[in-house]
Design a protein around this ligand. Structure first.
Ligand code: HEM
Length: 433
């Protein structure tokens, strides 16, 4: 919807009026379908309370603390590309980087080494892929999620299949019990979630000093004496960090490489920038060296092409006669807005200059929302950017990429996919630098 209201379009209005559009459009049935009780799906007061407990998990201090865990996965990424070069095979770039981001999130959110780069058929990768595989049945339940959510709960139809739920819940339970029993502390999301399960509030100033529990934390309990996070709630959050974290970042890396190989001058520019930063940081990619600036492809290819909101309080769109009743579902066309020539003239042109401070100042901020906007925006933005930039910098530091003829041009977007995806994939050739 793009109807104008006194100079601001409807999609802008919806972000600004959060009190009327608090929820995402998802079904939550924690009893029958425990993985649905995650931050992305929860509504109203339950969402608000969980968001405030989880916000300290994603501060820059905590993300910095996880950098080394993330960096440990990069050697395998380089080895996989080397293997493709050796075997003269085209690289299905989305598959390779999704295995990298799966390894990173499995390690940071679940605390396990799933090694999907080394073993593409690992169980973790298998279930990670399944989250977004859509067959006829899934399409039907999704439609019901939108239009008949209560019926879905009433007849106990699950959003996530039982084998997948069992796999993730059991993996989490085993890890939590093992760490609790052996008093194991690791610099990752799982540790912070366990803190919440053990009624330890996470504070902002507990950077890195993980061995000093009393210094980094403050004991508190919920008013109703329940833990801050139950075991099932903990599993659902680890699950959403995977679901929201691996496919988004791998999509961002994939489309960025695609755009760079079509604009080799930019590929060289980005590599130059990486090398300059490396000189500054003793040749190592470190957390402080993450600030690669020229990666501006989230406009043309936002990994989440549509934002959803449920109208939670009847709303009159300012300056129009449009009334949105409570319960209406709103879909915000991110891809459409970010390719709208009204905001971005010659929209298919890849031009990082559009993001200069001067040019940014000419647009409303809601014309660029790959991470959403308002209080419901992506909580994992910092981590997502860190792993996206780190993955890209690792690849561009070691390899020069070109398009493989197996890529069908023009690319055709896969309309069945929840995230932005290309029907027949993006295939690249790599050579060592
Ligand atoms: C390039 C990477 C990423 C992109 C493009 C992205 C994008 C998004 C978008 C568009 C939303 C919905 C925002 C809205 O409705 O306004 C969202 C929400 C969310 N994202 Fe991300 N995301 C990324 C990485 C991550 C990572 C790495 C994590 C976790 C480790 C994560 C966790 C979440 C969660 C939990 C929510 C729900 C927030 C809430 O409802 O309160 N995301 N993300």
């Amino acid at each position: 919807m793009t109807s104008k209201s006194k100079g601001r379009s409807l999609e802008v209005t919806i972000f600004l009026d959060f009190m009327h559009f608090t929820n995402h459009v998802n079904t939550v049935d924690e009893e029958n379908d425990p993985l649905t009780g995650h931050l992305f799906s929860l509504k109203g007061a339950r969402w608000r309370s969980l968001r405030s407990k989880l916000t300290p998990v994603f501060t820059s201090g905590k993300i910095k603390m996880m950098f080394q865990t993330l960096a440990n996965c990069s050697d395998d990424l380089v080895s996989v590309v080397d293997k493709h070069i050796e075997e003269v095979q085209p690289i299905d770039v989305k598959d390779v980087v999704a295995r990298f981001t799966t390894d990173v999130i499995a390690s940071c959110a679940f605390g396990i080494e799933c090694n999907s780069l080394k073993n593409p058929n690992s169980e973790f990768r298998k279930y990670g892929r399944k989250i977004f595989e859509v067959d006829m049945w899934d399409s039907l339940t999704r439609l019901m999620t939108f239009f008949l959510p209560n019926l879905l709960i009433y007849i106990k139809i699950r959003t996530f299949r039982k084998d997948m739920t069992d796999f993730f819940v059991n993996t989490v339970k085993e890890t939590v019990n093992y760490r609790d029993r052996n008093n194991i502390i690791r610099k990752d999301f799982m540790h912070l979630l366990i803190q919440l399960k053990n009624n330890v509030k996470i504070t902002d100033n507990d950077i890195g000093d993980l061995n000093n529990k009393s210094k980094m934390t403050e004991n508190i309990k919920n008013d109703d004496n329940k833990p801050l996070l139950t075991m099932n709630e903990l599993a659902a959050q680890a699950f959403v960090f995977l679901a929201a974290g691996f496919e988004t970042s791998s999509t961002a890396i994939t489309f960025c490489l695609y755009e760079l190989v079509q604009n080799p001058e930019f590929e060289d520019l980005v590599r130059e920038e990486i090398n300059m930063i490396l000189v500054k940081y003793d040749g190592k990619l470190s957390y402080d060296a993450r600030s690669v600036e020229h990666l501006k492809t989230l406009r043309k290819y936002p990994p989440v092409p549509i934002h959803t909101r449920e109208c939670t309080k009847t709303y009159k769109v300012p300056g129009t006669n449009i009334i949105l009743d409570k319960g209406s579902l709103v879909f915000i066309p991110v891809l459409g807005i970010q390719r709208d020539p009204k905001y971005y003239p010659d929209p298919d042109k890849f031009d990082p200059e559009r993001f200069s401070e001067e040019q940014k100042a000419t647009r409303h901020s809601a014309t660029w929302t790959p991470f959403g906007d308002g209080p419901r925006a992506c909580i994992g933005l910092r981590f997502g950017l860190m792993q996206t930039k780190f993955g890209l910098a690792t690849l561009l530091k070691h390899f020069k990429f070109t398009l493989h003829p197996k890529t069908e041009i023009p690319i055709v977007l896969d309309l069945k996919s929840f995230f932005l995806a290309v029907e027949k994939g993006i295939w690249l050739k790599a050579e060592r630098i």
